[in-house]
Design a protein around this ligand. Structure first.
Ligand code: HEM
Length: 493
């Protein structure tokens, strides 16, 4: 009897302490439960919460959001382990959240391997300082000086595409990824990597893999603790790829430091020169920050634009009558000449811009953004409680048939000025919104229009391997990619 007594006492005490701990935690988090109680969502289970709805391949994540929208509508809750998320598609809620919250949700740190610890992922306090310092590096005057660089790399792309003409269906993503890596390096880093000419390094393909690994971690709470992640094979793959990305960036930075290229900042106003100058003038800026931001800008810029360009070609292949109108516009502006695209030309290519916008509507390559509530946020009669987070599934908003009638119809005229004015300003948010929105929309539109206006004067897209938009399956890592590739056939015009 004596030997049984102590274990029973300890077990009882442990149970009591556990119960007490759970009680205190529940009491402290009562505001979360109170708000969650008012909103529908999938049933949570111990440890994983409702994360089971995302288990599986990255393709399932996007499908799950679409399925959950059908079941719960434009606003529902998700428990990811013990973290509370609201999935928000009501436009006034989206506007209030993006305009008022600058903190990314905590799982965003799992995307660090892809984008570095730069603007995209930094906590709000550090982000504010970096955004203030770097915001001006993509101003209109600087971007205007990049048009000729965009055009020169687009000419190299035209040569490169010549080699694909007899190859049947070709996946455009790896080709555009090489082109946009050259474009980004040639502009914001002032470095000619010659990726297209030398056929590598394929930074953006590495990034796609890193993205996939990171998102598998985000949506699997069992891999959130570092010790679990480090034991997984996903972590080993991540480190191997990351090593290559970081080595490349280090090489670029070191060579520019040796050249003291920042002394030419006035003649070569680019992000890299600006950051190297900061290293010498701002006590708070260091070499590590330059490397992390280089990774953030390069990856964020090149991945999103290459994917979008691929989707544009697929849409033109599927909509030959629209492609014909684009050719008419190009012939009108260039009169059959193969000269470089200029800034003035860009202003005249309004249909081409609408085609890019309609593509970004149906295929917002960053399909999901998120915010963390550091304070309660009251919107209408609902309070998003401090300590919870919001997912904003841009893709579901862009394909919602109440906002966009017949959402899978590709119709660039939705972006005629009169039509845009009728819609909610947050109905089209491929670059997100609020103070933490993308830094590169103008860079993105300008560079993509130059690339398209150059290649579409040489080539027409005659086919894609998909018959209609609804057939195109997408998976998400940090971007929304085609499961079966962005396959098209090009012919000479
Ligand atoms: C098709 C083109 C692009 C799309 C669809 C896109 C989309 C986005 C989205 C959705 C975000 C996240 C904002 C949020 O969390 O609310 C973002 C952030 C960002 N993007 Fe882009 N982007 C594009 C091109 C570019 C380019 C060309 C650059 C740079 C040259 C760039 C640089 C950035 C940076 C630095 C951020 C972080 C902004 C911050 O947190 O302050 N993006 N982008």
């Amino acid at each position: 009897m004596g030997t049984d007594y102590f274990p029973n006492t300890y077990t009882g005490l442990a149970c009591f302490l556990c119960f007490f701990f759970v009680l205190i935690r529940t009491w402290r988090r009562r505001h979360l439960y109170y708000s969650a109680f008012k909103v529908n969502g999938p049933i949570p289970f111990p440890l994983i919460g409702s994360a089971y709805v995302f288990f599986g391949h990255t393709q399932n994540i996007l499908e799950s959001f679409t399925r959950l929208k059908r079941k719960y509508g434009l606003f529902y809750k998700l428990w990811m382990s013990s973290d509370l998320y609201f999935v928000v598609m009501k436009l006034d809620h989206v506007k209030a959240i993006l305009n008022n919250c600058s903190e990314k949700f905590s799982t965003m740190k799992f995307v660090d391997p892809v984008f570095g610890k730069g603007l995209l992922t930094l906590p709000a306090t550090e982000w504010k300082i970096h955004r203030k310092l770097l915001g001006g590096t993509l101003n209109q005057q600087i971007l205007n000086s990049y048009v000729d660089i965009f055009a020169n790399y687009s000419n190299v792309l035209v040569e490169k595409l010549e080699g694909t003409l007899d190859a049947g269906f070709v996946d455009m993503f790896p080709i555009f990824a090489q082109c946009m890596t050259d474009v980004l390096c040639g502009t914001i880093l002032g470095t000619d990597l010659k990726v297209m000419k030398k056929n590598g390094p394929d930074v953006i393909l590495w990034t796609a893999k890193l993205g996939e690994l990171s998102v598998l971690r985000i949506f699997n709470p069992l891999l959130h603790p570092d010790f679990m992640w480090k034991k997984s094979s996903l972590s080993k793959q991540t480190n191997a790829i990351l090593h290559n990305v970081q080595r490349l960036i280090k090489k670029i930075l070191e060579s520019k430091r040796r050249e003291k290229s920042y002394l030419k900042l006035e003649q070569e106003p680019n992000l890299l020169n600006y950051m190297l100058k900061l290293e010498n003038t701002e006590t708070t800026w260091n070499e590590e920050m330059s490397a992390e931001e280089t990774q953030a800008f390069l990856i964020a810029g090149a991945d999103a634009t290459s994917l979008t360009l691929g989707y544009v070609l697929m849409m033109l292949a599927m909509h030959q009558e629209i492609q014909k109108q684009v050719f008419d516009e190009l012939d009108f502006v260039f009169g059959g000449s193969n000269r470089n695209v200029t800034l003035e030309d860009l202003h005249q290519l309004s249909l081409l811009e609408r085609v890019v916008k309609e593509t970004l509507r149906i295929f917002p390559v960053a399909p999901l953004v998120g915010r963390y509530f550091t304070e309660d946020l009251v919107v209408g009669n609902f309070t998003f409680p401090k300590g919870s987070s919001a997912f904003i599934p841009i893709l579901c908003i862009h394909r919602d048939n109440e906002i966009w009638p017949n959402p899978l119809k590709f119709d660039p005229d939705r972006f005629l000025p009169g039509e845009t004015a009728k819609r909610h300003p947050f109905s089209f948010i491929p670059f997100s919104g609020g103070p933490r929105k993308c830094l590169g929309p103008t860079y993105g539109y300008m560079s993509m229009k130059v690339v398209l206006a150059t290649i579409l004067r040489h080539y027409k897209v005659v086919a894609t391997s998909y018959r209609e938009i609804s057939e195109i399956e997408m998976k998400i890592d940090v971007s929304a990619r085609c499961v079966k590739g962005q396959n098209v056939i090009l012919h000479k015009r």
